[in-house]
Design a binder for this molecule. Structure first.
Ligand SMILES: [Zn+2]
Length: 161
């Protein structure tokens, strides 16, 4: 396997040395302390930490994020409950590293803005809003009759729009 970080003396070091340095950096050992007990300078350790390690972590994350073979499809419902595809519930602690998480959120939609109000879920808020809309529509229809305007097809359209 070719090493893409040819210019870095830490990356070019034997694998066990590289692994030990990376482990120390992940544990946030100070560059000064690490430089004191290795042959690498603080500047080299710093550059390796900022460039090489981040690049490696990104590459690892990218490879991991696009692994449909091992990842399961998990849905997170607005209640916070999790379920696997097929609606089998799982606990948050059962989530695996490669799982895909689909977060479902309900949008707060004004009933008057919905093309098919009957498609709204019958929450108390939606029912109240639809009731208000019906009263407004009825008042407009009554007013139109009093004005001698025949109630045409336009009276069926959304009175708020
Ligand atoms: Zn490096």
């Amino acid at each position: 396997m070719s090493n893409p970080y040819q210019t870095c003396s830490i990356c070019k070091a034997p694998p066990e040395v590289l692994a030990a340095v990376n482990e120390a950096l992940r544990k946030r050992e100070k560059f000064r302390d690490l430089a004191a007990r290795t042959v690498f300078s603080r500047a080299t350790l710093h550059r390796h930490s900022k460039k090489c390690l981040q690049r490696a972590a990104l590459a690892e994350h990218k490879a991991r994020a696009l692994n449909p073979r091992s990842g399961r499809m998990v849905v997170q419902w607005p209640t916070g409950a999790l379920s696997l595809y097929g609606n089998k519930p799982i606990r948050p602690e059962d989530l695996l590293r490669d799982d895909f998480l689909f977060v479902v959120e309900y949008e707060n939609i004004d009933a008057a803005a919905v093309g098919n109000p009957r498609g709204l879920s019958p929450t108390p808020e939606n029912i109240n809003r639809l009731h208000d809309l019906a009263i407004i529509e009825d008042a407009e229809r009554t007013a139109a009759k009093l004005d001698g305007i025949p109630a045409g097809p336009s009276s069926d359209s959304n009175p708020v729009a």
